[in-house]
Design a protein around this ligand. Structure first.
Ligand SMILES: Nc1ncnc2c1ncn2[C@@H]1O[C@H](COP(=O)(O)OP(=O)(O)OP(=O)(O)O)[C@@H](O)[C@H]1O
Ligand SMILES: O=C(O)[C@H](O)COP(=O)(O)O
Length: 402
């Protein structure tokens, strides 16, 4: 890791901090989630060290319903750090500059949604972003810039890539731990079995990961939509759309060849379900894949036997990485695959990383403790990019900044 961290920063300075507080919004209400809890640790440390803190963050995308002000985020953050947090409905105009000017050591101010400010969007080269009025106006107001927003680091927006080019730049605690855990697969050596459990809805995620880190993983165990596409490639009548859903057809058309190539080249590393579960009259029904004769059966989970096999492999592993749910865990009767595997990983003394916004939600939903895993990522897109070897521009500019 080549970026500077909070350990390299002297206390009591004026700092501009980029967080990722992008959250679900229901009926206009911002929903508390683990991003607040994680970033709260960074902000609390800065408050304790007497920094004057201005926070930048985004919420939603222009035109979407969740594209709202950060005033509620300031309140939720205040609850998490048990300390006052102010909000100003401006990002770098006169009102924001007045509020920044008034900041004293230990104060925390949340600036308005960066995506409401000119210059934040669209994605452009860091050099272009560094020249925006946004960056040029705010940078001179602070001694240092801190990027804690690992989960947004794949976006080349002004608040993420512009500032490190024009001022001293540091990684926050979340950036530091996410970076270390999510690149562990590329950088760490494990003595024994390394297993990766992958599911979810996006075949390209699964394919990209197998392509990029196939040499570092002993076994990929698959479920979810992606797992069904691999079953279909093996000739099973599984992985077909039911009714007017389009979860399989387009993904199959786009990825059939590459899935077949992967199975040919790395077939011995890939395990798919040998039994699956579907719903009938509101009940979970299990069937062996060899006994499925109906294309279009709505398969919602891997079967219990498969889940036990995957869990056994996890228990024998030195390291387990999880990306994407193995079934529709939001419905308890289809949570068996996801929960059985996560519980096995939690109970085992292996190095473990769980990533993906939806997948990590299963941990809380089913009463597991995050502490049972080495790392539960709050990153979705950034985690998958790290696993597929794509550079995170926000991390790169931090690493090159000093
Ligand atoms: N058989 C299935 N049919 C339909 N949906 C499924 C199936 N198996 C898993 N899923 C769904 O996959 C979702 C997780 O998929 P996704 O690829 O988005 O994973 P993630 O990595 O957790 O999230 P993200 O990348 O969005 O942060 C879950 O919400 C789950 O309901
Ligand atoms: O929620 C996320 O994954 C990040 O905040 C990035 O958000 P975006 O996909 O709208 O850029």
């Amino acid at each position: 890791m080549t970026f500077q961290t909070l350990d390299d920063l002297d206390d009591g300075q004026r700092v501009l901090v980029r967080l990722d507080l992008n959250s679900p919004v229901e009926d206009g209400e911002v929903q508390d989630n683990r991003r607040f809890g994680r970033h709260a640790a960074t902000i609390s440390e800065l408050v304790d060290r007497d920094f004057a803190v201005a926070v930048m963050a985004h919420q939603g995308r222009p035109g979407d319903e969740d594209f709202v002000s950060l005033s509620q985020h300031a309140d939720i953050l205040a609850d998490h750090i048990d300390h006052d947090v102010d909000h100003v409905a401006d990002t770098f105009g006169g009102e924001a500059l007045d509020a920044i000017d008034a900041l004293e050591g230990g104060d925390v101010l949340v600036l308005e949604n960066t995506r409401m400010a000119d210059g934040e969007l669209p994605e452009e080269e860091p050099e272009v972003k560094a020249e925006t009025e946004f960056v040029q106006t705010l940078a001179p107001e602070f001694d240092a810039y801190i990027n804690d927003a690992y989960s947004a680091a794949h976006r080349s927006h002004a608040s993420l890539v512009g500032f490190p080019l024009v001022m001293d730049a540091y990684a926050g605690r979340v950036m530091e731990t996410e970076y270390q855990a999510n690149t562990a697969i590329a950088e760490k050596e494990f003595d024994g079995q390394v297993t990766m459990a992958m599911g979810g809805t996006k075949a390209t995620d699964v394919i990209g990961v197998i392509d990029h880190i196939g040499d570092k993983i002993d076994d990929f165990v698959l479920g979810g939509i992606a797992g069904q596409l691999f079953l279909r490639a093996q000739g099973y009548p599984i992985g077909y759309d039911v009714g007017d859903m389009d979860l399989f057809t387009t993904q199959w058309e786009n990825n059939q060849e590459i899935i077949e190539d992967i199975l040919e080249e790395r077939g011995d590393q890939i395990t798919v379900a040998h039994d699956v579960a579907y719903g009938e009259d509101g009940e979970r029904v299990e069937v062996d894949v060899d006994d499925v004769d109906e294309k279009g059966l709505g398969i919602m989970d891997i079967g219990t036997d498969t889940a036990e096999d995957y869990a056994e492999l996890a228990r024998e592993s030195d390291a387990v990485f999880v990306k994407g749910a193995l079934g529709v865990f939001e419905d308890e009767k289809f949570s068996t695959g996801t929960v059985t595997v996560l519980e096995a990983v939690a109970e085992t003394d292996c190095f473990s990383v769980v990533g993906g916004g939806d997948t990590s939600r299963a941990i809380t939903m089913y009463g597991m403790s995050e502490d049972s895993f080495d790392h539960v990522s709050i990153a979705g897109g950034a985690y998958i990019r790290a696993l597929t070897g794509d550079a995170l521009i926000g991390v790169e500019v931090l690493q090159n900044a000093n």
